[in-house]
Design a binder for this molecule. Structure first.
Ligand SMILES: *Cc1c(COP(=O)(O)O)cnc(C)c1O
Length: 499
């Protein structure tokens, strides 16, 4: 913890002070101009009455006040404050207890002399956290004010249309998660019990779980070294094996790992030859490109995720995209309980409750506006790590293939040292308040998937993704990471690999 108070005790700006005689409009104006998220309501002698946030003002308006009313309507509310003797650690404990991110510091006469903001004392650097833009609240408020608090509504329609336009794909169906989107994708492609589905091994478990939901059997495919994604040669051998046994897969789930597109030219060639559909798991690659197309639009169906840790988020959500109307219509139908288009409740098959809500679509609409910026920021984060760690040749960064741009969702590298213990390295960084992770543990190594077939990149059984798992690491990669935070990560990593 930082004992140097001048680093975290911030002065109060003039426009952070407001009085009972000020209007709600004035308070909003001051919140915007000071841009600190907190105002101090003081009395004529300068003593603190309470703090005022955006939420407080909104509640006032919702309870019937007008923007021209004065703040005399704000109730007295004991502010959470700290004293001049409190340490950074005392203050952080208080912030966590009250779930707040700013605390005014009062003098002995109860007059505010400064404010402490969480970002200056909370030293944890997280792996990948949400990064809101300017518009999300507007869309969400609109959903409230028009009472579209439902899994249908204008935000939902607009989110689908805008995402489809941006990705240059015909149809988009917004659902409750990326996993749900994969489930629906496989379902509309006709995957049934006992069918076979090929799937990248080097990925998050959500890529493969929907195969099991449908009672089908996954066959896992290794990565190649150039993309860390599905190895075309392993895929080829898996197809030859399936063909020799007289049972081809119904679909192939191809993952674009950490934002990097797989080698679709070769993968599509093979899948086209056997006329088997590709489901493109683009959960981590929204905004990436493959040649002149957007990632997620190469396969017959693509899926995106808006989970909290992804490039953009709706806190939780997903999207299925395709150029085939029939597939999109069927997915939408299944996502809303497979209700037949008749006036009463008529069902001829089993559906799911997978539709995204109109409120979350509002968050998505706002996030979509900043998607390009977020991708650019993540790519910049990666470039800065490369620069900061340029004197550490043992760090081998995840390659970027020449067929398009990765999102660099997570900055990922192999630590190329003999006898490396990557778990120990992540633990050391964690003890420095830095959240990092090993790369995905390959699915063919997962206890629940052990009984399924696996095809390695090399004929001799040498598995690429097993090796990547042994020494791969993901560094904090949020799009709002500061250069100071990145320096800390780089220094910490250097000290961990060369103790
Ligand atoms: C996050 C993720 C998913 C699942 O998305 P959810 O929205 O969390 O269900 C699927 N595949 C990959 C590769 C992911 O990273």
């Amino acid at each position: 913890m930082d004992n140097n108070k001048s680093n975290w005790l911030k002065t109060i700006k003039n426009d952070q002070y407001i009085f009972r005689s000020d209007t709600v409009a004035k308070a909003y104006e001051n919140l915007n101009s000071s841009a600190k998220g907190i105002l101090l309501l003081i009395d004529s002698s300068g003593m603190l009455i309470r703090t005022v946030t955006d939420g407080d003002l909104r509640r006032l308006l919702l309870s019937g006040s007008s923007i021209n009313d004065t703040l005399s309507l704000l109730t007295n509310q004991e502010p959470v404050v700290a004293g001049t003797e409190d340490s950074a650690s005392d203050i952080l404990t208080k912030m966590n207890r009250f779930q707040i991110s700013q605390i005014p510091i009062l003098s002995d006469e109860k007059k505010p002399i400064g404010i402490v903001y969480r970002q200056h004392i909370d030293n944890k650097i997280l792996l990948s956290t949400p990064h809101m833009g300017d518009m999300e609240k507007t869309y969400v408020s609109k959903a409230f004010s028009t009472n579209w608090v439902a899994p249908i509504g204008p935000n939902l329609d607009a989110f689908e249309i805008e995402l489809a336009n941006k990705m240059q794909v015909r149809y988009a169906v917004a659902v409750s998660s990326g996993t749900a989107a994969i489930h629906l994708a496989l379902k509309v492609l006709g995957v049934e019990a006992n069918d076979i589905v090929f799937c990248s091994s080097f990925t998050f478990i959500a890529s493969a779980n929907p195969i099991i939901y449908l009672g089908a059997k996954p066959v896992f495919i290794d990565s190649d070294e150039d993309t860390w994604n599905m190895s075309p040669s392993a895929l080829k051998r898996a197809f030859l094996d399936a063909e020799s046994k007289g049972k081809l897969p119904k679909a192939v789930v191809v993952v674009n790992l950490y934002g990097q597109s797989a080698n679709y030219q070769k993968i599509c060639e093979i899948c086209d030859h056997y006329q088997v559909a590709i489901v493109e798991d683009a959960a981590e690659s929204l905004g990436a490109t493959y040649n002149d197309r957007y990632s997620g639009t190469i396969g017959r169906i693509g899926i995106y995720s808006f989970n909290g840790n992804k490039i953009i988020t709706t806190s939780g959500g997903g999207m299925l995209v395709t150029n085939e109307k029939e597939l999109a219509d069927k997915a939408k139908f299944l996502s809303t309980q497979a209700r037949e288009p008749v006036p009463w409740y008529e069902h001829k098959e089993v559906g799911y409750n997978y539709r995204m809500s109109n409120i979350l679509a509002g968050v998505g609409l706002g996030q979509l506006k900043v998607l390009d910026k977020r991708v650019e920021a993540r790519r910049n984060v990666f470039e800065r790590y490369v620069e900061l760690l340029s004197n550490s040749p043992e760090i081998k960064w995840m390659p970027e293939a020449n067929f398009g741009q990765s999102t660099r969702w997570l900055s990922t590298a192999q630590i190329d040292l003999p006898g490396i213990n990557i778990l120990l390295i992540t633990k050391i960084l964690l003890s420095h308040g830095i959240e990092c992770r090993q790369v995905w543990k390959p699915l063919h190594l997962q206890p629940i998937f052990k009984k399924y077939k696996y095809f390695t990149h090399a004929k001799n059984g040498n598995s690429i993704c097993d090796n990547l798992f042994k020494n791969g690491i993901c560094l904090p990669s949020s799009s709002h990471l500061t250069i100071e935070q990145q320096r800390r990560v780089a220094d910490s990593l250097k000290s961990a690999i060369k103790p």
